[in-house]
Design a protein around this ligand. Sequence first.
Ligand SMILES: [Cu+2]
Length: 181
Amino acid sequence: MRRLFALLAVAMMVVGLAGCGASQSGTQTGGITVRDPWVRAAMMNMAGDQSGAMGNMQQSTPMAGMGGGHSHGSEYGNTAVSAAYMVLVNNGAADAIVKAESDVAKSVELHNVIMENNVMQMRQVEAIEVPANGQVELKPGGLHVMLIGLNRDLKEGDEVVIKLTTRSGKTIEVKAPVRKP
Ligand SMILES: [Cu+2]
């Protein structure tokens, strides 16, 4: 009887692994994978135009007052910024993105956009949760990976490498093409 259980367990593991391999189609990690990544085109010298990363947001909403301080224009001043978007697809247990890194910017943060006093503002978030067997879309006007202090221009056709770290300890390397929004 015990032996039967052992055999059963091994059989289940094999089936499980095979299923996993098939659904991953070549990617190295189970759990979260990235689909359709892109980075918003932005120039380092955008005198008077800080709309690079959040163009949609600023066009459709008034600037936050001086006290607000969380809209792009007032928070980042002359620092060139951009943002990365993608779909996070999770084939496994609930996980989250807890860190993002890239060579193209001095600092990289996880951000969300929220409404406060009728003004859309960006907020840094500690993690982007991705539910088990679910997906989360990072898109303009919502969750995004914020690139602050660009080291170079991001022109259409360029490729930006972004490294994401999951709460479960995996690293996901994303190669995101630069696009105009
Ligand atoms: Cu942001």
